[in-house]
Design a protein around this ligand. Structure first.
Ligand code: ATP
Length: 250
C-alpha cells in the first residue's frame, strides 16, 4: 500500500524538532532517512506510528489516516524497530512471537508459529530460538528485533538504524533481506541510516533532513555530492565501483 506522509510537525516541550515533513512511498520501495546526529530522524519515525503525537500532519496508508487509528490497529499495519532495545526475559522464539500479537485473537495459531519459524530461519536465528534474548550479543539482539518486526507482517516497516550493531556480513544480509521482503510483499520501508554506502546500496529513495525539515527528497540515482556536503558538512567524492555508487569522504 502507498504510504503518504503530509506535513508532520513535532516539538519536545515547545522545542521544534520536525517541521512540515511530507513524502510518499510506493509499495515495494525502501526510503533511506539521512541527516546528522540530532537532526530528528528517530523523532520522525516515532511520529509515523504515534509513539509520539505530532502536533500537525497526517500519515495515510492506502487512503486511511493511521494517526486516527488506535495502537492495536496501527500495529497491524506498521512494525517498528527501535534504535535501542533493552531486551526482555524471554527466549528468542517468544520475543519474535510477540510480533504476532497484533494478529492473535485468543491464542497463537499454527500459522503464527509457522511465521515465526520461517522468519527465524531466514534471519539465521533458528539456532538461538530457545536462548534468552538477554544472553545474546548486541548484533544478535538487533537481528531478533528485526525478526519480530518481520513476523508482524506489516504494510510498513519503520527501522531506526537497523544495522548499527551489525558486522559487515550481517549488515548486507539484513538490509538485503529487508529489500527482498519489501519487494516480495509490496511493503514500504522507512529506514534511518548513517552508513551512506549501505544506504546507497539498499535504499530506492532518500529523505534528507536538515534544519528540522526536508532538505531533499530524491531517487538514489539523483543523489549528488553537493547534497551530501550540504546535509553533513563534509566534502565527499561520489563515485562508482563495480556498478555500485559509493561515497568517499575527502
Ligand atoms: N525525549 C526527548 N525530550 C527532549 N528532546 C529530545 C528527546 N528525544 C530527542 N530529543 C532531541 O530532539 C532532537 C532530535 O533527536 P532524534 O533522536 O530524533 O535525532 P536523530 O536524527 O535520530 O539522531 P541520531 O542520528 O543521533 O540518532 C535532538 O536534539 C534530541 O536531543
Amino acid at each position: 500500500m502507498k504510504l503518504s506522509v503530509a506535513g508532520i510537525t513535532f516539538a519536545y516541550n515547545s522545542h521544534p524538532v520536525i517541521r512540515d515533513v511530507s513524502f510518499s512511498l510506493e509499495p515495494g520501495q525502501v526510503l533511506g532517512v539521512l541527516g546528522v546526529n540530532g537532526a530528528g530522524k528517530s523523532t520522525l519515525l516515532k511520529c509515523l506510528n504515534k509513539i509520539l503525537h505530532p502536533s500537525g500532519g497526517a500519515v495515510f496508508l492506502g487512503g486511511k489516516d493511521l494517526l486516527k487509528m488506535d495502537g492495536a490497529e496501527i500495529a497491524r499495519h506498521m512494525a517498528y524497530v527501535p534504535q535501542k532495545y533493552g531486551g526482555e526475559q524471554l527466549t528468542v522464539f517468544d520475543t519474535v512471537l510477540l510480533g504476532r500479537k497484533p494478529h492473535i485473537r485468543w491464542a497463537a495459531t499454527h500459522r503464527d508459529y509457522e511465521v515465526v519459524e520461517t522468519v527465524l530461519e531466514r534471519m539465521g536465528l533458528a539456532r538461538f530460538a530457545l536462548r534468552p534474548v538477554l544472553a545474546l550479543s548486541g548484533g544478535e539482539m538487533q537481528k531478533v528485533v528485526m525478526a519480530r518486526a518481520l513476523a508482524q507482517e506489516p504494510d510498513v516497516l519503520l527501522l531506526d538504524e537497523p544495522t548499527s550493531n551489525l558486522d559487515l556480513k550481517n549488515q548486507f544480509e539484513v538490509m538485503g533481506l529487508v529489500r527482498q521482503v519489501v519487494r516480495e510483499q509490496k511493503l514500504a520501508a522507512v529506514v534511518s541510516i548513517h552508513d551512506l554506502n549501505l544506504a546507497l546500496r539498499f535504499a530506492d529513495r532518500f529523505l534528507m533532513v536538515r534544519d528540522h525539515t526536508v532538505f531533499s527528497l530524491t531517487d538514489r540515482e539523483s543523489v549528488t555530492r553537493e547534497m551530501i556536503r550540504d546535509v553533513y558538512g563534509v566534502e565527499v567524492l561520489l563515485t562508482e565501483v563495480e556498478g555500485h555508487r559509493v561515497v568517499v569522504p575527502l
